[in-house]
Write a protein that binds this ligand. Structure first.
Ligand SMILES: *Cc1c(COP(=O)(O)O)cnc(C)c1O
Length: 389
C-alpha cells in the first residue's frame, strides 16, 4: 500500500517555504506551480537530448506562465487545436515554432492554422491528408504510426492515433502527389511509458519506413518525431530520465548511425508534472456501517476537478500530509455526486489515523493533466484554480 510520502526532494527549503505560504493561505482546492522547476526540467531535457528539438505538448498544462517561460527558453510547441494555437500566438510564439500535432482536425481549422502561419502538420489518414493539401498547400507533413507498448504505459495513447507502416508509405507518396512536403514520421509510445524498449520497437519501424521510401521512391524523409512518453515520478517506480536518454539515443544510433535525421521530442508530463502540487482539504471521513473496517476519506478535489488520470487508478500520485503516526489504508474519494468520483479504492493509501476533517492533503506531481482536464461547472464546483510561484 502506498503510504504518505516525504516532502519532495526536488524542492529546496526555500521553495518549500514559498509553496507552504501559498498552500496554507488560500481556500482549497488549487494547484500551486513552481516555474523554476519547469525551467530546470527544460534544461535537463536539453542536456539529455542535445540533438532534439523540443516541442512542448501544450495540452499537458496550457497556462500562460508556462507557455511564456518555455517561449523565452526557446522551446517549440505541439498544439492540439486552433484554440491552443490562439493561446500560444497571443503569448508571442512565432508560428514557425508550432506543430499542429493532432491528426483529428476540421478542414476549417487546418485553414485557420495555415492562415496564421503554421506550416507543419501531423496526419495518419487519407481524408486528413487531403484536407491538409487543400487548406494548407505546400506545408510539411509528418506521418504518425501505431506503436505497441500500451500495457506498460500508465496512460496509453495507442489505437486511436497512428496508422500501420504500409499505410504510412502510401500516405507519404500521396502527400507528394498532392503538393505537400513529406517530412518525417512520428509516434507516441504512450504517456508515462515505463518500458524503455517501447522506443526501440518504434524507432525500428520508423527506420524501416525511411529505408523503404528511400529505396522505392525519390522522396527523402528528414525527421523523426518521438512524441512524449517520458515519465514523471509518481508512486510506481520508473527509471531516471538520463537512463531513458542513454537508451533511446543508443536505439537511434543503432538504426540511423551517427548522422541522425532531425529529431523532435514532444514532452508534456516530463516537463511540467513535478512542478505542481494540488492542495486539497478533507471534507468528511466516514464508515459505511457500524462494523466496517474501511474508512472513506472525502476530499474537496476529485476526478472532475483535476484528478481524471486516477481513472482505473492509472496514475498513482504521491500524497503528503502533515499528520504522522499510526496509519491505515483508506478509500479516497472526491466531493461530487457521481459514484465514479473515487480516486483510489483498490490501491488504498495508508493515511494517519489522526487525520481529521479540515486537514490538508497535498497531491504531489500534479503539474500535468490536471487544470486542463478540470470540469467547468460539474455539481456547480468551479474549475481548478492555480497559483504560480
Ligand atoms: C499528449 C501528447 C504528447 C505529450 O505526451 P507526454 O507523455 O505527456 O509527454 C506529445 N505528443 C502528442 C502528439 C501527444 O498527443
Amino acid at each position: 500500500m502506498p503510504s504518505i510520502c516525504d516532502r519532495p526532494a526536488y524542492y529546496t527549503d526555500e521553495q518549500w517555504e514559498k509553496f507552504r505560504f501559498v498552500a496554507e493561505t488560500k481556500e482549497t482546492p488549487f494547484l500551486v506551480v513552481d516555474t523554476t522547476i519547469i525551467r530546470r526540467n527544460y534544461m535537463e531535457l536539453m542536456k539529455n537530448f542535445p540533438f532534439a528539438n523540443i516541442y512542448y505538448a501544450v495540452k499537458a498544462n496550457p497556462d500562460a506562465h508556462i507557455i511564456s517561460l518555455l517561449n523565452e527558453l526557446g522551446s517549440c510547441f505541439d498544439i492540439a487545436s486552433i484554440y491552443e494555437l490562439d493561446k500560444v500566438l497571443s503569448l508571442g510564439v512565432s508560428p514557425d515554432r508550432v506543430s499542429y500535432g493532432n491528426t483529428i482536425k476540421k478542414a476549417a481549422h487546418i485553414r485557420e492554422a495555415y492562415n496564421r502561419g503554421v506550416r507543419l502538420f501531423a496526419t495518419d489518414s487519407e481524408a486528413d491528408l487531403r484536407n491538409i493539401a487543400k487548406a494548407a498547400p505546400e506545408s510539411k507533413v509528418f506521418f504518425r504510426i501505431l506503436t505497441e507498448g500500451a500495457e506498460t504505459a500508465d496512460w496509453p495513447l495507442s489505437r486511436k492515433f497512428g496508422c500501420q507502416p504500409d499505410m504510412a508509405t502510401d500516405l507519404i507518396q500521396l502527400a507528394q502527389k498532392l503538393g505537400l512536403v513529406p517530412y518525417g514520421i512520428s509516434f507516441h509510445v504512450g504517456s508515462q511509458q515505463r518500458d524503455i524498449s517501447a522506443w526501440d520497437a518504434a524507432i525500428s519501424k520508423v527506420k524501416y519506413i525511411f529505408d523503404w521510401i528511400h529505396n522505392e521512391t525519390d522522396i527523402k524523409l528528414n525527421m523523426v518525431n518521438m512524441g512524449g512518453g517520458l515519465p514523471a515520478h509518481y508512486i510506481t517506480k520508473t527509471n531516471e530520465q538520463e537512463i531513458y536518454a542513454e537508451e533511446i539515443t543508443r536505439y537511434l544510433k543503432e538504426d540511423f548511425g551517427e548522422h541522425l535525421p532531425e529529431i523532435f521530442i514532444e514532452p508534456g508530463r516530463s516537463l511540467v508534472a513535478n512542478s505542481g502540487v494540488l492542495v486539497s482539504e478533507v471534507v468528511l471521513i466516514s464508515r459505511k456501517s457500524r462494523t466496517s473496517l474501511t474508512r472513506w476519506v472525502y476530499v474537496d478535489v476529485g476526478k472532475f476537478s483535476g484528478l481524471i488520470e486516477t481513472l482505473d487508478e492509472s496514475i498513482k500520485y504521491p500524497i503528503y500530509c502533515d499528520k504522522r503516526g499510526e496509519v491505515e489504508g483508506v478509500i479516497i474519494a472526491g466531493p461530487t455526486c457521481d459514484s465514479q468520483d473515487i480516486m483510489y479504492e483498490n490501491h488504498q493509501y495508508d493515511l494517519p489515523l489522526s487525520l481529521s476533517i479540515g486537514d490538508r492533503i497535498y497531491w504531489l506531481t500534479t503539474g500535468a493533466y490536471t487544470c486542463s482536464y478540470s470540469a467547468v461547472e460539474f455539481n456547480g464546483f468551479p474549475p481548478l484554480k492555480s497559483y504560480y510561484i
